[in-house]
Design a protein around this ligand. Structure first.
Ligand SMILES: CC(C)(COP(=O)(O)OP(=O)(O)OC[C@H]1O[C@@H](n2cnc3c(N)ncnc32)[C@H](O)[C@@H]1OP(=O)(O)O)[C@@H](O)C(=O)NCCC(=O)NCCS
Length: 167
């Protein structure tokens, strides 16, 4: 993290959810999440290396995607957090992805809200989120936590909408 920023909180709670830094034991559900996107399921070794690399980068950069667990059920349902993504460490992106079986329960909004508060506590002045133009659910989550559409860029897969929230 640069001198002007504090590292984000890596353990956060909401009414229904616990967010925390991923552990090596999370590699198995991370594989399932990737497979659900329609991509090849990573091997356990690759998934474990990914979890370790996220943790190492978090220590270095002070931001991370955090695993989301339901407090009552105790199950892992996805992740949300801050990433550099297409933006910068000074103005990071908020990210979230949940298993389909839990969509539509307000979990992404609940997790992203606490991440947003975590971002404010780091001293960051602005957050971004880049979203494919077809992703209505993601736009709605952002709208509910106060983001507005700013501009678009394009890559080989089409339009990417840049959403912004001043903190
Ligand atoms: C985006 C995502 C995280 C949302 O998770 P979620 O827990 O279902 O989100 P929430 O329940 O908090 O809110 C979703 C909102 O989108 C709305 N929504 C869902 N599908 C929609 C659609 N096709 N059109 C319009 N609105 C839609 C819901 O009605 C809800 O809004 P509401 O509370 O006003 O009714 C989830 O769909 C996901 O994991 N998608 C795959 C990964 C992804 O796209 N990540 C974001 C990359 S930018």
């Amino acid at each position: 993290m640069t001198a002007n920023f504090q590292p984000m909180e890596f353990e956060m709670e909401t009414n229904r959810l616990s967010l925390s830094m991923g552990k090596e034991s999370d590699a198995s559900w991370y594989r399932e999440l990737v497979a659900e996107r329609g991509q090849d399921m990573p091997t356990l070794t690759v998934a474990r290396d990914r979890v370790i690399s996220i943790r190492d980068k978090a220590m270095e950069k002070g931001i991370a995607p955090l695993t989301i667990r339901r407090r009552d059920e105790g199950d892992y349902i996805g992740y949300s957090g801050l990433i550099i993504g297409r933006s910068t460490l000074e103005e990071p992106e908020i990210a979230y992805e949940l298993f389909r079986r839990v969509h539509g329960n307000g979990y992404a909004t609940e997790a992203a809200s606490v991440v947003l508060h975590g971002a404010i506590a780091t001293g960051s002045h602005r957050l971004w989120s880049t979203v494919r133009s077809w992703n209505a659910a993601s736009f709605r989550v952002l709208e509910k936590i106060g983001f507005r559409r700013d501009h678009s860029t394009w890559d080989e897969r089409g339009e990417i909408v840049w959403n912004v929230r001043d903190l």
